[in-house]
Design a protein around this ligand. Structure first.
Ligand code: AKG
Ligand code: MN
Length: 198
């Protein structure tokens, strides 16, 4: 049965100074619960530390970096692990849905509402000036925050199980994004950001 009989494509989210689009459910031959369970079980999750304002501290989430090249941010260098068959399958589906190519993926595991990601841009030079970054979410819904660097305008919407969000164009130049902590009871969430590292 086709779950999205009206329009299975990415829906643009109108926004100034950048491109944003959402696909409510990435189509795959396996269901979301199985993707979630396999990613959770088979990933070599690491608790990494980063340097923020000169001080080193543990990130409030677990991560893993897979792909062709290493990647670094905030005093952290991530040596790449090889893509797994499941990550290859997800990459193929995400490339088909977004029309962009990716050679790496950062996996984030938010264990509960105390895990978060500070406001940031994915603007490392190796991503290029207008990177297409495809963000795929499984498990509990969490609020995704976008804040315009110049005007401070803030947008907030949930990223829920199976959602695919494409960030592209000048978005990383002009906007910050992040996931706040929440005191609401929330279950675990996995997020995968597919990137192309030159
Ligand atoms: O968890 C999310 O939705 C965002 C993750 C993110 O921004 C990143 O990995 O750079
Ligand atoms: Mn990011």
């Amino acid at each position: 049965m086709d779950l999205f009989p009206f329009d299975a494509g990415l829906q643009p989210i109108p926004i100034e100074d950048g491109e944003l689009a959402l696909l409510p459910q990435l189509p795959l031959p396996i269901d979301n619960a199985e993707v979630f369970a396999r990613l959770l079980r088979d990933t070599e999750w690491r608790h990494e530390s980063v340097v923020v304002y000169g001080k080193r501290h543990l990130q409030p989430r677990l991560t893993a970096w897979h792909g062709e090249a290493g990647y670094g941010y905030s005093g952290l260098y991530l040596a790449p692990l090889p893509m797994t068959p499941l990550l290859e399958q997800l990459r193929g589906a995400v490339e088909g849905a977004t029309g962009h190519r990716y050679n790496s993926v950062l996996l984030n595991y938010y264990r509960d509402g105390a895990d978060s990601m500070g406001m940031h841009s994915d603007d490392e030079p190796e991503l290029g000036p207008h990177p297409a970054i495809a963000s795929l979410s499984y498990g509990a819904a969490r609020a995704f925050i976008l804040r315009h660097k110049r005007t401070g305008r803030t947008l907030k919407f949930d990223l829920a199980d199976g959602n695919l969000l494409l960030m592209a164009g000048a978005l990383q130049q002009n906007w910050l994004h992040g996931i706040n902590k929440t005191v609401k009871p929330v279950g675990p969430r996995l997020n995968l950001t597919f990137r192309y590292i030159a």
